[in-house]
Ligand binder design. Structure first.
Ligand SMILES: [Zn+2]
Ligand SMILES: [Zn+2]
Length: 337
């Protein structure tokens, strides 16, 4: 089969590879669409220590079942599916408490083992969800990032009337904004520096603040009559957002961090006490979150089309990663193997 294989820093090559061979309980999926995500960029730039070359990246995928190695499965060849790429130990404290997303042994298809920048990928049959017959594969591939956003909004306790700030208007930031609206937020403001993303965000009907103009904290306090935001989601995870998020919340407001910080940052912990604020980390999603995300996407409650800016072939995988790196005029890149 054809696959884009990562060999080291900036070295992603599309080449011939052996098709994955199945073990009991697994299905072989012919990949129809696979999103490229910030994590894939980190892997390709050797900034994701868990991943080791040679590796086929790709964890946001959908496709069609072509082989099943388990007679008792309720799935059949030809089923159109999306797969939850996470795997966990099932035995540790986190897993036993139901927080499988915080398992210390958490792994991901396309991060820890070969993924879906390929013609075929295998998955465990209990991680596979059917999608409606005519539902577009490219939208289904993005159930994974929707699950990330859904989990963050769920643990934030977002409710009707909340004033929400989202730091970073990349795909995850946009999805958090959409899901916060569905949860009842009265206002969602996205903070971003990239002009293209600001434009797209506005087109989708959200308020935006161009962070390159400064004064983000002042503007949010103006918009909330001095109160501050109920919830702040940090999807950008850079020094500027760490320096800012505590000033953005109201007393007893919550900060939910979804982005992965690359280094320790200076945070104003004096003010977290003064405001009696909450800082929560949000890590991927549970299986229930993934199912919920699949429902949100396939029911059309979340519109994926405006987020997909680039449709590329497997041969163009490297180009797709570079597009994300340059970050210019790009939102979501999807590969069609
Ligand atoms: Zn991802
Ligand atoms: Zn575990």
């Amino acid at each position: 089969m054809r696959a884009a294989v990562w060999y080291g820093k900036n070295d992603l090559r599309t080449e011939e590879r052996e098709k994955p061979s199945l073990e009991d309980g697994e299905v072989l999926i012919k990949v129809k669409a696979c999103g490229i995500c910030g994590t894939d960029l980190m892997i390709c730039n050797e900034k994701f220590p868990r991943s080791h070359p040679p590796l086929i990246p790709g964890h946001e995928f959908s496709g069609e079942i072509v082989e099943i190695k388990d007679v008792s499965s309720n799935l059949k060849v030809g089923d159109r599916v999306v797969a939850n790429p996470l795997f966990f130990c099932g035995r540790c404290v986190a897993c036993k408490m139901g927080f499988t997303n915080a398992c210390p042994k958490l792994g991901l298809i396309g991060v820890d083992i070969d993924g879906a920048f390929a013609e075929y990928v295998k998955a465990s049959r209990d991680k596979v969800y059917k999608i409606p017959s005519r539902f577009p594969f490219q939208n289904a591939a993005l159930v994974e990032p929707v699950a990330v956003a859904y989990h963050a909004v769920r643990i934030s306790g977002c409710k009707v009337g909340d004033f929400v700030v989202v730091l970073g208007a990349g795909p995850i930031g946009m999805l958090v904004a959409m899901i916060a609206k569905i949860a009842g937020a009265s206002e969602v403001v996205l903070i971003e520096v990239a002009k293209y993303r600001l434009e797209l965000t506005k087109k989708l009907g959200f308020s935006t603040i161009d962070a390159s103009g400064g004064n983000v904290v002042e503007k949010i306090h103006e918009m909330t009559e001095g109160k501050g935001a109920d919830l702040v989601f940090d999807t950008a995870a850079v020094s500027q957002t760490a320096a800012q998020f505590i000033s953005l919340i109201r007393p007893q407001g919550k900060i939910i961090i979804l982005g992965l910080y690359k280094q320790p940052e200076k945070v104003d912990l004096f003010n977290i006490v003064i405001k009696e604020g909450h800082i929560l980390g949000s890590r991927v999603y549970t299986e229930t979150d993934f199912e919920k995300a699949a429902d949100l996407v396939t029911s059309g409650k979340i519109k994926m089309e405006p987020l997909i800016t680039h449709h590329l072939t497997l041969e163009e995988a490297n180009k797709g990663v570079r597009l994300l790196e340059q970050g210019k005029d790009v939102m979501k890149v999807v590969l069609f193997p």
